[in-house]
Write a protein that binds this ligand. Structure first.
Ligand SMILES: [Ca+2]
Length: 263
């Protein structure tokens, strides 16, 4: 039995000992496979979406969007990451511009595949090698500009791209998982076509977007979006743990996205 908490839990989700698994060489083309029955642990518990403490900070229009990148930000990141930044940012903007906007229906499968494949082209680089720190959550503009990302950076970039393309955030959950075969912490983006449906998984480890029911290698631990934070307890999902702002690195990311708008 899972008690619904009335107030955000006073905890911080830090990621000591965090590391993302490196993806294998990609041999399979991107593709989408049919839905199967949802494993209970992946159910998102949409009825529990009650906490909106983070909404004010996350409500700035265009936060993290490709179209929000200012000339000043491009200049700043070009100075930091090199002259290829302009082409990389342009490529990202062009991809979002040319992608078909999300239809009103829940059938966004081609779009999910396109977004997953597009960002998976960014080379995988560990945070230690790329940023000199154990754990760094890059903004989409940083990941694209610096041409390097690890699992949470991929998930973040895909989340904001789908949001920019009109996908309701209630369908999107950045999900911290345990990659059991690799015995490593990992992060993916889960897309829920409907409340409590089996989610489709956008993963930098593979280009193919597959339902969670086919991803027995991933065990969800907690998930979040702009609205809330849900944790999985004893193999069952849906226990709301409050605001995603309790995740220190998510909070820092949102502040960084606000700062990026000001350049
Ligand atoms: Ca990172």
């Amino acid at each position: 039995m899972y008690l619904r908490r009335r107030r955000p839990v006073p905890i911080e989700y830090n990621h000591a000992m965090w590391s993302c698994p490196a993806p294998p060489p990609r041999a399979n083309p991107a593709g989408i496979r049919a839905k199967l029955a949802p494993p209970a642990r992946w159910l998102a518990g949409f009825a529990l979406l009650a906490f909106t403490a983070g909404a004010a900070l996350a409500a700035t229009p265009g936060l993290g969007f490709s179209r929000s990148v200012t000339p000043g930000l491009v200049q700043r990141y070009a100075a930091k990451f090199g002259p290829n930044v302009r082409a990389r940012i342009s490529g990202w903007q062009e991809f979002v511009r040319s992608a078909a906007p999300a239809p009103a229906s829940a059938d966004n499968l081609p779009l999910l595949g396109a977004v997953n494949t597009f960002f998976n082209r960014v080379p995988f680089v560990t945070d230690q090698a790329h940023w000199g720190v154990e754990d760094y959550w890059a903004s989409p503009a940083e990941a694209v500009s610096s041409n390097g990302a690890d699992c949470e950076d991929f998930s973040i970039a895909k989340y904001f791209a789908l949001k920019e393309l009109g996908v309701p955030i209630q369908r999107l959950r950045i999900t911290y998982v345990k990659a059991v075969r690799l015995n490593q912490a990992h992060m993916v983006l889960a897309y829920y076509p409907e409340p409590n449906a089996v989610p489709l998984i956008l993963d930098n480890l593979e280009d193919q977007v597959r339902p969670a029911s086919e991803r027995a290698d991933l065990i969800p631990v907690y998930s979040f979006n702009d609205e809330d934070l849900l944790i999985v307890r004893q193999g069952q999902a849906g226990a709301s743990a409050g605001s995603s702002l309790q995740i220190r690195l998510w909070r820092a990311l949102l502040q960084k996205l606000e700062e990026e708008l000001r350049y």
